[in-house]
Design a protein around this ligand. Sequence first.
Ligand SMILES: [Zn+2]
Length: 168
Amino acid sequence: MFDSTIRYILKSVGIDLSTKFPTSPISFKKILKHYTNLTFIQESLDSETDGMYIRSNKGYFIVINKDRPLNRRRFSVGHEFGHYILGHDSDITQAKNSHNQSEVEADNFSSSILMPPDIIYELSKDDMTISEMATWLRVSKITVAFRCLYLGIREHEAIEVKNAITHN
Ligand SMILES: [Zn+2]
């Protein structure tokens, strides 16, 4: 649902949506440096918290829990960046809040920016499994599975991945 906004953002920061790279070209380091009023911080947060988005009279801040694994941190940066782009209020991202409207939107934004359709369709054509796609994209398998279901590709495999994870 944010695909055209995201295509514009990625183009304007000079990210090439090619699958020829050894790993995903979606780099938040590259993206965020173009947003000069937004400050990115990684630090230890309490164990319930993945990240925070702060809007204040001193500017905009994304704070990510640095104790989380890389894939999770990448998803969290996409999520908090989504709050910023979508004009949301300050927010603390914790699993227990995950059904709030703005949380759902920020999660969708993160999935969309980490897995643009052009890239997913191309990887899918290359016969990668969902697990291989997740490794290349540096996101979790379940995140790729949900994205595939949303885009209507690899549905059978995506449901298997989803069932294997949610039934554990
Ligand atoms: Zn949030």
